[in-house]
Design a protein around this ligand. Sequence first.
Ligand SMILES: N#Cc1ccc(Nc2nc(N)cc(-n3cnc(CCO)c3)n2)cc1
Length: 287
Amino acid sequence: QIHMIKFGDLNWGDSLGQGTFTRIFKGYKTDFRDGEKHMTEVILKELDSAYKNCWESLFEAASLMSQISHKHLLHVYGVSVHGSQNIMVQEFVKYGALDLYLKRGTSVSVSWKLSIAKQLACALNFLEEQNIVHGNICAKNLLLAREGDPSLGSSPFIKLSDPGISVVMMGNDVILDRIPWVAPEVLDAPDNLTLECDKWSFGATVWEIFNDGNSPLRGWNLDQKRNFYENMHQLPPSQWTELADLIAQCMDYDAAFRPSCRSIIRQLNSLITSDYVILHATEPVTQ
Ligand SMILES: N#Cc1ccc(Nc2nc(N)cc(-n3cnc(CCO)c3)n2)cc1
């Protein structure tokens, strides 16, 4: 069901960084449609040859994303296998990873941030309706397709990237390093990823969005991260109480207590219409 792309149809551009066990390149794919040659901008996600055994997991992530389509889910064109190279070919999203965009210090308003959070909640709601667990919700996996222009009142637009290699395939240290995005219950049993795990990660991702893309628990070592969960700590709460409450509900150590996607969307809608947004219409430019 997933499209196999001929390696010869791929043109490789600059390296853009790396994910877990993968390297990201800008590129182009050539295809012929109605007798014409088309070059489409793509992102080439190559699996490090050291992790060949994870190929099925990358392949699964790719086929998952190519089987479902939604406006806030990244489009995956297919995969290409060439010798020991395993490559996922996905749509090039104009402004790249959201965490990097926010770290670049672009000052964005509260309503801009809420708009992104709501789009992510809608993507999660869609996945929940399809009973599909993503397993790797974080700001790095949110791609900014449209910046949105406050003066024109046009809002930003994000696409949720593929989950990449499943956390199930990873060693304990890689899972520990994903604290606080990975739900606590995953540490005990990595293979029981549930829809509730995505809600926990949603909470951590909203925290990132409202903290200028700074990674929560940045610089903490694996022991400190492990203790964070063992002592059932929470991330530093936002001064905006209602936002802090939503994040805390999502990051409930008891998975059964985490809100449904519908409840998350309802709470985001009430945040969007609250006075706090008007008061903080344009955040002071953070230098
Ligand atoms: N300057 C710049 C710039 C960089 C990238 C894109 N576009 C894009 N599209 C995708 N589908 C996936 C990714 N992507 C996935 N992981 C990363 C982290 C390393 O940057 C990036 N980037 C657009 C602009």
